[in-house]
Ligand binder design. Structure first.
Ligand SMILES: [Zn+2]
Length: 185
């Protein structure tokens, strides 16, 4: 499909949309094998597959293969190589409990420690990672935000508060009530 066709098609249904060529993002962002004939590296793909060449167009190359090098958001994160470096930095120990990789876990000695990538902040992958043993990683789930020393800094999931004593829950309620309650309402 030429870029002009795409623009006209979108305009017909969404006259107010400013970016009428959003389809170009389907490849890199969503994994569809959509390429632009403008990009030199893509030209080879078109040639290899003997696809007819149209100037200034988008191609859906295949429905079976995903966009080359595409990684779904959920699989993104730290590379194996970077994780090795990170573990070395922590002397191959769990940042939270100190269990050493390959040795009996300090919290559960019947198990051999296996270090895993744990988010500092489960809701913000960009904040970085710490190595955590399976035991710690599982116990804290995605409920807390950690500092680089593996200590809990704050909560990441508000539902954690439901596990607290009723007294604590009431305190949280009062604190937030006074914080968010608008004056005079
Ligand atoms: Zn641990």
């Amino acid at each position: 499909m030429t870029k002009k066709e795409l623009t006209e098609f979108i305009r017909k249904y969404f006259p107010d949309v400013t970016d009428t060529q959003q389809a170009r993002h389907l490849g890199r962002q969503k994994g569809w094998y959509v390429v632009s004939s403008r990009r030199k590296n893509h030209l080879d793909t078109l040639r290899e597959r003997k696809l007819r060449f149209f100037d200034d167009s988008y191609y859906l190359v295949s429905l079976e293969e995903e966009y080359p090098g595409w990684t779904p958001e959920r699989r993104k994160g730290i590379s194996t190589e970077d994780f090795e470096k990170l573990k070395k930095l922590y002397d191959y120990r769990c940042a939270t409990c100190g269990s050493k990789e390959g040795e009996p876990n300090l919290k559960n000695p019947s198990r051999i420690t296996d270090l895993q990538k744990a988010h500092l902040n489960p809701h913000r992958a960009g904040d970085g990672y710490i190595p955590q043993c399976e035991e710690c990683n599982r116990a804290y789930r995605d409920w807390f935000v950690f500092d680089k020393k593996g200590r809990v800094r704050t909560i990441a999931d508000a539902r954690v508060v439901l596990r607290a004593d009723e007294k604590v829950q009431r305190d949280v309620y009062m604190i937030l009530k006074s914080k968010f309650e608008r004056k005079g309402s």
